[in-house]
Write a protein that binds this ligand. Structure first.
Ligand code: HEC
Ligand code: HEC
Ligand code: HEC
Ligand code: HEC
Ligand code: HEC
Ligand code: HEC
Ligand code: HEC
Length: 400
């Protein structure tokens, strides 16, 4: 009798456990099923639709993310295409470049050799890469293949320069650098790569979505907009990714797909959607603990080295609101004070309130990148990028 009652009890408990368990599993599976899909021409609504309801996000349209890849026009392209500054001479007396504009578009021309042996190669700019915070690089089509152009624009020098990166040497005209999909994955929202076992740079550009759009971070919004416009909207989930609801690791992943440095793609580009573990999509090359990390392109690895990051729940979102441009280091120094006080700085007894608004200047200094290096008139030029390794830099001083 007792054993039968125990059995009935056990069965009841088991029933409840299995019931709840499978409920959870089914909910999980459904959630995965419902998780919004990556942005594609078929799932995209476009920023103007998003902003028609989310007006407080309109400032996003002028951010570096939004402007990071565009079609060339006099409004989007920087640099001199007329006048004396449109010519770039090189230490090779037999090679110079001319940048020009006419009714067919913007061009780069390499003029090599002398007299009868002169060769001229002209290519037309197809896409502009870079918001022009530091500068811009340019891509051109050869058939359906995309290549990077040999000359880039460098804003702080207000000059044309040999494009930074491996393969570019001063005194040579290199039009051969193939543009792989990962370049677009970091600088655009969608372009269709044509499968080709030999060539990595063939594209069908017809549905390309340039710039980083809302849906690059939030996933394709067609279902979300349908829901928000429907009469009985509460019956379904929002069908859009809100990174604020993700765990810390997944929030870091959402930025790391483009700010985590180089990596080996595990699946075709543009498959990742925020919310999934990034390493299933791209295996980032995590630098060995003591190896130097360049300030360009890997804010994630640098931040992870900071004690601030290790000893708190800090993410990129602790300081950044990506919907608006934030370049004022005074205002950003205010973010330090959400966890520290002016008095926590060891220089406080000496400097007092002179430290206010300057935390970033000393603890996240601008440093030269060894990756964005370019040659101009025989001299190496290095871009300055904000270091994300928050720590004590022994040479930091108060600048007046
Ligand atoms: C028709 C109006 C409308 C349009 C268009 C619209 N949204 Fe929304 N969105 C809303 C409303 C209303 C909510 C709040 C939903 C809720 O709390 O259930 C919302 C919520 C969100 C959220 C937060 C979701 C969450 O889980 O917290 C995000 C992110 C978002 N929208 C992004 C977008 C993006 C990106 C687009 C463009 C593809 C877009 N929205 C287009 C009305 C709209
Ligand atoms: C792994 C992601 C990633 C890849 C791949 C990548 N970039 Fe970038 N790029 C960035 C990030 C992030 C920045 C800006 C922040 C920094 O310097 O760390 C940037 C900056 C730039 C800038 C300067 C923009 C400005 O306004 O200052 C240019 C130009 C640029 N990239 C061109 C390219 C081109 C062309 C390719 C491909 C041939 C490429 N990048 C590949 C992530 C990437
Ligand atoms: C670079 C990635 C990125 C892009 C691009 C982006 N967002 Fe966001 N968005 C985020 C992150 C991260 C959060 C969560 C943290 C926060 O609220 O800032 C968020 C939160 C939101 C939310 C919910 C929270 C709130 O403030 O209501 C809405 C709505 C939203 N974004 C709309 C947009 C719209 C509309 C655009 C385009 C105009 C856009 N986002 C572009 C990353 C992005
Ligand atoms: C799809 C790739 C991509 C994603 C996702 C992305 N970024 Fe970026 N981000 C870039 C590129 C590329 C640039 C350089 C744009 C330029 O200047 O041309 C950039 C620039 C920035 C800048 C400098 C803005 C300025 O005004 O110059 C900040 C800050 C930034 N990203 C933070 C974030 C954070 C935080 C996240 C995660 C919520 C994030 N990004 C997600 C690609 C991305
Ligand atoms: C989310 C909280 C948080 C924010 C925001 C934050 N920190 Fe920290 N920071 C910490 C914690 C926690 C530690 C570790 C303290 C300890 O070990 O006792 C730390 C440590 C430091 C250290 C010592 C580093 C070392 O290597 O020993 C410096 C310097 C520092 N923070 C400066 C800053 C500056 C400057 C800012 C703004 C740019 C900032 N922090 C923002 C939480 C934060
Ligand atoms: C403790 C605050 C803080 C955190 C956390 C933080 N940043 Fe920044 N970030 C800054 C400050 C300050 C600047 C300088 C503002 C500027 O020059 O645009 C900056 C600038 C940038 C820039 C532009 C760098 C340049 O020189 O072109 C990028 C890109 C960027 N942050 C990305 C990220 C990403 C990605 C994360 C997360 C891995 C992150 N940040 C986390 C404070 C922070
Ligand atoms: C003029 C450059 C400068 C400015 C501005 C500055 N710091 Fe510092 N900070 C330093 C130096 C240098 C040290 C290390 C001093 C030492 O150990 O003798 C330090 C130490 C610290 C430490 C302690 C690190 C430890 O060893 O525990 C923290 C935390 C800190 N600063 C936070 C801040 C905050 C927050 C601000 C802004 C209110 C700020 N600092 C402004 C240069 C600066």
């Amino acid at each position: 009798m007792t054993s039968r009652r125990t059995f009935a009890w056990l069965a009841a408990v088991l029933f409840v456990v299995v019931g709840v368990g499978s409920g959870v599993i089914v909910r999980h599976a459904r959630r995965a099923e419902r998780w919004p899909a990556a942005v594609r021409p078929a799932t995209a609504m476009g920023d103007s639709t998003c902003i028609s309801c989310h007006r407080d996000k309109a400032s996003f349209e002028s951010t570096a993310h939004r402007l990071t890849s565009r079609h060339p026009s006099s409004a989007t392209i920087a640099g001199h295409f007329t006048g004396p500054q449109s010519v770039l001479r090189t230490p090779n007396p037999a090679l110079h470049f001319r940048m020009s504009v006419d009714s067919t578009g913007f061009h780069e021309t390499a003029i090599e050799g002398t007299g009868k042996d002169t060769t001229i190669r002209t290519e037309r700019v197809a896409y502009v890469a870079g918001s022009n915070r530091k500068g811009q690089s340019f891509l051109y089509w050869h058939g359906d293949s995309l290549f990077q152009m040999p000359i880039s624009y460098w804003k702080s020098l207000d000059s044309w320069i040999i494009s930074p990166g491996p393969g570019y040497t001063e005194g040579k005209a290199n039009f051969e650098r193939a543009v792989a999909p990962r370049c677009f994955e970091c600088h655009a929202s969608w372009i269709e790569a044509k499968p080709d076992l030999r060539l990595v740079n063939r594209y069908d550009s017809s549905g390309a979505i340039l710039g980083i759009t809302c849906e690059r971070c939030h996933a394709g919004g067609r279902e979300h907009v349908k829901r928000e416009r429907a009469t009985f909207r509460l019956a379904s989930t929002p069908a859009i990714v809100n990174p604020a609801r993700l765990t810390r690791a997944r929030q870091m992943d959402a930025c790391a797909q483009c700010h985590g440095g180089l990596g080996t793609p595990q699946v075709p580009s543009f498959t990742y959607v925020a919310g999934y573990p990034l390493n299933r999509f791209v295996e980032l090359m995590s630098p060995p603990p003591n190896a130097p990390v360049d300030v360009h392109g890997n804010q994630v690895a640098l931040l992870e080295r900071s004690r601030c990051f290790q000893k708190s729940e800090m993410t990129c979102l602790t300081c950044h609101d990506v919907h608006t441009t934030q370049r004022d280091t005074k205002l950003l120094s205010g973010k330090c004070l959400t966890c520290h006080q002016e008095q926590s700085c060891k220089l406080f007894p000496k400097e007092g309130h002179a430290l206010a608004g300057r935390c970033v200047d000393c603890h996240m200094p601008l440093q030269s990148s060894n990756l964005i290096v370019s040659k101009l008139e025989g001299e190496s030029k290095q871009a300055l990028v904000r270091s994300h390794w928050i720590k004590v830099y022994r040479d930091s001083v108060i600048k007046q």
